[in-house]
Design a protein around this ligand. Structure first.
Ligand SMILES: Nc1ncnc2c1ncn2[C@@H]1O[C@H](COP(=O)(O)OP(=O)(O)OP(=O)(O)O)[C@@H](O)[C@H]1O
Length: 124
């Protein structure tokens, strides 16, 4: 296959992200959650190190969801009929998203627990 110019490579990648956003409600939920986390991080003025953890968690979840979407599309194309391997592929990809989301929640608790508690105490 002929090598694509950089511009087209970025364009196809962006189309992939847009496809996931358009077709996967979970992807939209992850992006909305990421926006809320960014707003909370700005309000609570979390440290640079905490921003690093938060960014890694957000990237992990969205990347896992993109890969899950790709696996789903490929499996539906290759195996439209019921097959145990199709189930294994989809379930494993979904498992990756679940693990990433659990990891992100743990990071969120570590990062936001103290600043949130302090804010609540100040407000009371
Ligand atoms: N071709 C198939 N053969 C066997 N099991 C399948 C097949 N397609 C789907 N499944 C099972 O049904 C579950 C749901 O599949 P589906 O294609 O609806 O994906 P989903 O995880 O619900 O994705 P979405 O994010 O689009 O809702 C899969 O996790 C898998 O266990």
């Amino acid at each position: 296959m002929r090598r694509q110019p950089w511009r087209m490579t970025f364009r196809y990648a962006a189309e992939g992200v847009i496809y996931a956003l358009r077709t996967q409600i979970n992807m939209r939920i992850h992006v909305a959650a990421a926006l809320l986390v960014i707003i909370a991080g700005l309000i609570l003025r979390i440290s640079r190190l905490d921003w690093l953890f938060v960014c890694v968690a957000m990237a992990l979840v969205t990347v896992a969801e993109l890969i899950n979407t790709a696996v789903e599309a490929a499996v539906d194309l290759i195996s439209p009929d019921i097959h145990p391997l199709a189930k294994a592929a989809k379930d494993t990809a979904a498992g990756a998203v679940l693990l990433a989301a659990v990891f992100a929640v743990i990071i969120g608790i570590f990062v936001f627990y103290r600043p949130l508690l302090t804010l609540i105490r100040q407000l009371m």
